[in-house]
Design a protein around this ligand. Structure first.
Ligand SMILES: [Cu+2]
Length: 132
């Protein structure tokens, strides 16, 4: 709880800095789109794990495409990518159930469907992969 509060304060400080600096200098703080569609099968989108969020929290890809998660919340917060079912729906994938604060994880989704995941350290962090 304490770490979460600290991260929130840091996040707010970052947001304040972003409003103080106009234009491209604030580019780092522009929110990522909530979803995007990978243009080509085989092009692996990256989900950045930063500021207690999956960015973006939803990706739509074609079958056979890998999604790459990149941990960028060091050293404040560690996170998992834990496959879950949402209200009885969704397919499972191995994910990365071990919490870490740096590194990457990639998985190629071969079966069409919807895959839900969450962070078991922060139960408000949720993400989704839609495979077409
Ligand atoms: Cu987390």
């Amino acid at each position: 709880m304490r770490r979460r509060t600290l991260a929130l304060i840091v996040g707010l400080a970052g947001a304040a800095a972003a409003t103080a600096i106009p234009g491209a200098a604030a580019g780092e703080h522009v929110p990522a789109p909530r979803s995007f569609v990978a243009a080509h099968a085989g092009k692996a989108p990256t989900v950045r794990i930063k500021n207690l969020k999956y960015l973006p929290d939803q990706v739509t890809i074609r079958r056979g495409t890998a999604v790459r998660w990149q941990w960028l919340d060091a050293p404040a917060d560690s996170h998992t990518v834990t496959s879950i079912r949402h209200r009885g729906h969704g397919l499972r994938f191995p994910g990365h159930p071990d919490a870490q604060w740096t590194g990457t994880y990639s998985y190629a989704f071969r079966r069409a469907g919807t895959y839900y995941y969450m962070c078991t350290v922060h139960d408000f962090m949720h993400g989704k992969v839609v495979v077409r």
